[in-house]
Unconditional design. Structure first.
Lengths: 220, 322
């Protein structure tokens, strides 16, 4: 009497069928997601993924983007934030496609008053003028304060910690002389075809600059 | 069928995860695009001014036909002077323009010596005008770095605050330079005037010179020879103190010894007694534009406070309640 085959042991046909089924499911998922994004892009009028940064032509966008921007190559123009228009709303910190925004605080030391009581550094109602965390305005502690001579202190930005929220910039602009300001750092920026921050900027402060002059620095 | 259902569930989960992964690059905070409160600089709570805190009423103001009015001074009669652009304007007691004099450059400040002469501070020099004439005498330059931001005069002295050089120039009424006050002096340990931004005001009364030192958030008293006698003022967001890194921006003096001050950042006008003790508010932050700066002050012969509001191009008039 022949032994009955073991039902639990997979045969080649079952294995191939399972593989085909999973491959089909993966393809449907990919296609569905892609279609969803394309539809959203058409609704919003534009769409840009960070890894499309080399795209030189809006017409050729694989995601169906229809940017309102003039056709510019990444090599021709870059995004920048106009300090004269910026209202320091905080959105640069949260709307960049990067995990940590490419917008950072810049400091023109030649303009700085080196104030002992810097309103870019201290909370408006700081209990005392010390570098204790509760007295600092910056949510990430990205500003370094160093005594120079009475009553002058030097302030420098730690770019690794700065998230570009502009809180210090607003304090400095409101009470001081505006030596702190926000700029897009081009060693970090992916230069998206349509910048996500620019799209959400309530002050329309983002502009395109020639790539050979990519910054709007104060005091220059 | 037993195998299909778990596979379908797994597929849906994977598909959702994939879509979410694709969406992660869209930015946004998940808060309708608004950043979290921790990223927003908010001083709104300091801008509200309860009416009960105001000791002065605002009367009808005067519009000034200048693009950039910068300085104001009360005249010997009920009139007043305003400078801006490259012009000096005399207004009568009702705020009507009485005379307009062209200057050689943009003027930042103006004062009347009480005897008829009017002094205007241009960028690097002083111009002198006698009302009723068209003759303006321009004194010599105080240097290429000079930026005059305030001027005050009596019968024998003219003092001009120079933001560019961080000093106060003392001249006689003929324009001869008598000295400078307030320079940095390592020997005496004086760090001079701390001026992070171009707001450097002064006023004279009873042979004493009163000067704002904004970086130290105080008002300082000097002899005419430049010896500091006293100072008052402290830093605070509360009305009693001076807000921000560098205030007050302007002062004016009552004949009875009281002071009027104005601030920027949190624009407000306040009165202090002769010892520098806070008396009360003249105008609170919510009575000005959020970014109002350059609120030059004067006290006229009727004891009213005149506030130049450059954003509105107006002279705003405040009188004590009651």
């Amino acid at each position: 009497m022949d032994a009955k085959p073991n039902d639990a042991a997979p045969d080649r046909r079952d294995f191939l069928r399972t593989c085909a089924r999973w491959a089909a499911l993966a393809f449907i998922g990919w296609a569905g997601g892609r279609q969803l994004l394309r539809r959203r892009a058409r609704v919003s009028g534009s769409w840009c993924r960070a890894d499309c940064a080399d795209c030189a032509s809006a017409d050729g966008c694989g995601l169906g983007a229809a940017p309102r921007l003039p056709r510019v190559s990444r090599l021709d123009a870059v995004w920048q934030l106009d300090p004269a228009k910026c209202i320091q709303c905080g959105r640069c910190a949260t709307n960049c496609v990067l995990a940590q925004s490419a917008v950072k605080c810049f400091h023109t030391h030649a303009m700085c008053g080196y104030c002992k009581l810097c309103f870019g550094y201290f909370q408006p109602d700081a209990a005392e003028l010390s570098s204790a965390g509760e007295n600092q305005l910056c949510p990430t502690g990205a500003i370094r304060r160093k005594f120079i001579e009475d009553p002058y202190y030097e302030y420098t930005i730690d770019n690794d910690l700065c998230i570009g929220c502009g809180k210090c910039v607003k304090g400095c602009n409101t009470f001081g002389n505006g030596s702190l300001y926000l700029q897009v750092r081009h060693d970090l920026c992916l230069n998206c075809n349509e910048c996500s921050i620019a799209r959400n900027c309530p002050a329309d402060a983002f502009t395109r600059l020639p790539a050979d002059r990519p910054y709007m620095l104060k005091g220059s | 069928m037993k195998r299909v259902i778990p596979a379908l569930i797994l597929f849906l989960v994977l598909a959702m995860a994939y879509v979410l992964w694709l969406k992660r690059g869209t930015g946004g905070s998940g808060n309708n695009g608004r950043p979290p409160d921790a990223y927003v600089y908010d001083i709104e709570k300091y801008r509200a001014t309860p009416n009960a805190d105001l000791l002065f009423d605002e009367l009808a103001g005067f519009e000034v036909a200048l693009k950039e009015p910068r300085g104001i001074a009360a005249g010997p009669d009920k009139g007043l002077f305003v400078v801006g652009d490259a012009e000096l304007v005399r207004l009568d007691g009702e705020g009507r323009e009485a005379e307009r004099i062209a200057l050689k450059g943009a003027a930042n400040c103006v004062t009347s010596d009480g005897a008829g002469k009017v002094y205007a501070g241009l960028a690097d020099h002083i111009a002198v005008w006698s009302p009723g004439t068209t003759n303006v005498v321009h004194w010599g330059s105080l240097g290429e770095n000079a930026l005059l931001t305030s001027i005050s005069a009596d019968a024998g002295n003219v003092f001009a605050a120079d933001f560019g050089n961080r000093v106060i120039w003392r001249c006689d009424t003929q324009g001869r330079l008598l000295g400078a006050i307030g320079g940095k002096d390592a020997a005496s340990g004086s760090s001079g005037f701390i001026l992070p931004s171009p707001y450097f005001d002064l006023a004279i009364r009873d042979d004493r010179l009163w000067v704002v030192n904004p970086g130290r958030t105080r008002v300082e008293e000097y002899t005419f020879e430049g010896r500091m006698l006293s100072h008052w003022g402290r830093s605070s967001m509360r009305p009693e103190g001076f807000c921000g890194c560098c205030n007050p921006s302007h002062i004016a003096l009552f004949p009875d010894g009281r002071f009027v001050t104005s601030e920027k950042g949190l624009p407000r006008v306040k009165v202090y007694d002769a010892k520098g003790v806070f008396v009360g508010l003249v105008a609170g932050p919510d009575m000005f534009a959020e970014d109002a700066v350059g609120l030059d002050l004067a006290v006229d012969s009727r004891g009213r406070i005149l506030v130049l509001d450059p954003a509105r191009r107006m002279v705003r008039v405040f009188a004590a309640k009651g």
